[in-house]
Structures are given as C-alpha cells and as structure tokens.
Design a protein around this ligand. Structure first.
Ligand SMILES: Cc1cc2nc3c(=O)[nH]c(=O)nc-3n(C[C@H](O)[C@H](O)[C@H](O)COP(=O)(O)OP(=O)(O)OC[C@H]3O[C@@H](n4cnc5c(N)ncnc54)[C@H](O)[C@@H]3O)c2cc1C
Length: 331
C-alpha cells in the first residue's frame, strides 16, 4: 500500500488549478489500497479555507500547515513545512505530486535531495505500470520528441506535473463524504533567506496559465502600444494577454507574458495568435489549446499549420473588426 501526497499551492488566497490536476494525476496512478493525502501550505486563513475545496476531490485526508511565514515562498521554509506535513501522516510518503510551477520546479529537487528520492519533472501524462511502477511521459526538444520514464516501487519519488495537462479532479458527488481536514504543527526553521517584499511586474486580472481565453501578440504587434487592441479583445472575452518571445525580446511586453518552450505552457479553450509566426518554440507552449485562431499577414506563416481558424490579414484591421463585431452582438 503506497502513500501518495499532493502538495497544494495557493496564490493570492486562491487554490491553483494545477493542484487539482495533480490530484487527478495521482488518483489515476493509484492501486487499490493506496492512500492519498493533500498537504496544503497556507499563509493565513484565506489560504487555509481552500482545504474544503480539496477535501471534496477524492483524497483520503487533507492536512493544512498554516503559518504566516508560508505566505511568501522560500525554499527552506516550504521544504521544512512539507517534511512536517509528511510527519503527520500514518506512514512516510512513497510518492509526492507537485505542480510544475515556479514553486514546484524550485521545491521538488530540494525535497528530493532531502528525502533521497528520485524525481521526474514536467510530466505531461502518468499511468500505473507493471509491478507497482508508474510511467510518466515528458516532452523534449520543444515537444518534438516524447520521453517515457518509469519510477519503480521501493524508494520514494517526486514528480512535478505540467499545468493544463491533466483534467482537474472533479468534486465527488453528494453521496461521497468529504475527506477529513486536520492541521499539522510546524515550527519554521532558522533560514538564511528572508523575503522582505514581492514586487509584481505584471498584474493581470486573469492568470495566464489558468485563463480559458488568451489573446497573444508577437513581433507583428510592432510596439507596446500595439498590444492595446489585443488587451481590449482579451478583456471583452474575459481572457488574458500573452506574447511570443519575439514580442518580449523586442521590449513590447514583459517576459511574464511569454508563452512557449522557455515561457509558460497554456491550454486555453481559445487561443488567438496575432502577428505570431508560429516558431516551434512558441508552439511548444500553446499547440494543445482547444481552438486556435491565427491572424497573420503572411499566408505561409507556420502558425496556420496548427490553427483551427486562420485569418490572413493585418491584425490592426482584424482585431478591431472582431471587437466591433463582439460589441455589436453584446449591445
Ligand atoms: C532555445 C530557444 C527557446 C525559445 N523559446 C521561445 C518561447 O518560449 N516562446 C516563443 O514564442 N519563442 C521562443 N523562442 C524564439 C522563437 O524561435 C521565435 O524567434 C519567436 O517565437 C518569434 O516570435 P514572433 O512569432 O513574435 O516573431 P516573428 O517570427 O518575427 O513573426 C512575426 C509575425 O508577425 C507577422 N506580422 C507582421 N506584421 C503583422 C500585422 N500587421 N498583422 C498580422 N501579422 C503580422 C509576420 O508575418 C510574422 O509571421 C525560442 C528560441 C530558442 C532558440
């Protein structure tokens, strides 16, 4: 019987969707009799309240570690909090599941070193294998190749799952009681890192990685001001603005908006690419979007190869026309 642990992350007092996706990934790899606990690291009452959303998604228990020091991420305190949470379980964890977020990427190797555990990063699929092993798929070379790895039973392991690649664990029906929620004691360690302040360079109304609609701009947008119609369209659709690295490198927008191999991975319901050529490194971050619309002056742009709908035209004419059309329909 294995003990699985999902590490749940909050941002701005709200549970991140990838935590629900990690629960789904863990559940699909569990064998009969395995147990699933969720560890929620909370930096205050608002974070801690998210435990109720976790409890009805199928874990056996939710353990909350609530301490003001956890309101800001530092690897030392978070790793110590996870170890404290694990100590509150009936048996030591065999498998840890984290989101492949900025925090997960930083925390997983530290935890792996501390627990002498094996680690797999950025899994895009997971399935139970033979003899208690678990098989993971990872994308390599900007998604041009896929690699399969298996983790064997007998030693603890840690995996980070790529956001937007597993369906979020659904709420269990009313007939299934919610899992018990309990608190674990945590005394913060002496740390060498003190975070005094967090300054956000971009404050988007909608988190790019969780947005259901993204309007992304590339070098074809030509300037920071050129992003204004894209932002207007995104706002009209309740979505977020993204960008290619070309646009970021040109200084038109912040790197926080970059989508692709070295940026964020997104899978919105609707991705509108404006003035983006469709380099393979960009496609690596968005080609799994449900519906892709490409607007480009060049009919041979590679982005049309992955687009469901293509509009050959000047984005500065097409985007305002779409906004006008949506405005008319909303009127
Ligand atoms: C190791 C590595 C990692 C990388 N990681 C990333 C990554 O994470 N994300 C990423 O995006 N890139 C990444 N890149 C860069 C990538 O190779 C491309 O250079 C980049 O994606 C190009 O950005 P772009 O499509 O905006 O610009 P361009 O390739 O210059 O394309 C601009 C497009 O705009 C069109 N256009 C111009 N004006 C208009 C107009 N008025 N209306 C409509 N269309 C117009 C043009 O026809 C053209 O197709 C990476 C590269 C490397 C080597």
């Amino acid at each position: 019987m294995k003990q699985h642990v999902v590490v749940a992350e909050c941002r701005d007092g709200k549970l991140r969707r990838v935590s629900l996706e990690a629960i789904a990934a863990a559940r699909q790899c569990m064998a009969a009799g395995d147990k699933l606990a969720v560890l929620l690291l909370a930096g205050g009452a608002t974070d801690a309240a998210e435990a109720t959303r976790l409890a009805c998604r199928g874990p056996d228990e939710v353990i909350v570690i609530d301490h003001p020091i956890l309101s800001r991420y530092t690897p030392e305190t978070y790793a110590a909090a996870l170890v404290a949470g694990a100590a509150a379980l009936n048996q030591p964890p065999d498998a840890w599941w984290l989101g492949h977020t900025a925090i997960g990427r930083d925390l997983a190797p530290r935890l792996a070193a501390r627990l002498e555990a094996g680690q797999i990063s950025d899994a895009i699929s997971a399935a139970a294998g033979q003899g208690g092993s678990v098989r993971f798929t990872r994308a390599l070379h900007a998604g041009k190749a896929l690699e399969q790895r298996a983790l064997l039973p007998g030693a603890p392991w840690i995996v980070t799952v790529r956001p937007n690649n597993f369906p979020p664990a659904p709420e269990m029906g009313a007939l299934t009681p919610a899992a018990p929620i309990r608190s674990a004691a945590f005394t913060p360690p002496q740390t060498r890192i003190v975070v005094r302040d967090v300054v956000r360079r971009v404050s988007a109304a909608v988190d790019l990685t969780e947005a259901r609609v993204i309007v992304a701009g590339g070098r074809g947008v030509r300037s920071a001001e050129g992003f204004a119609p894209l932002a207007a369209l995104a706002s009209l659709l309740g979505g977020a603005v993204g960008a290619s690295r070309g646009a970021c490198d040109a200084g038109y927008c912040d790197y926080a908006l970059q989508i692709g191999q070295t940026g964020k991975t997104v899978t919105p319901d609707l991705y509108i690419a404006c003035g983006i050529s469709g380099a393979v490194q960009h496609l690596a971050g968005m080609s799994r979007s449900r519906v892709i619309v490409a607007i480009n002056k060049d009919p041979d742009a590679p982005i049309f190869g992955v687009a469901d709908y293509g509009i050959v035209g000047d984005l500065f004419e097409v985007v305002p026309a779409i906004i006008g059309e949506l405005g008319n329909n909303n009127a």
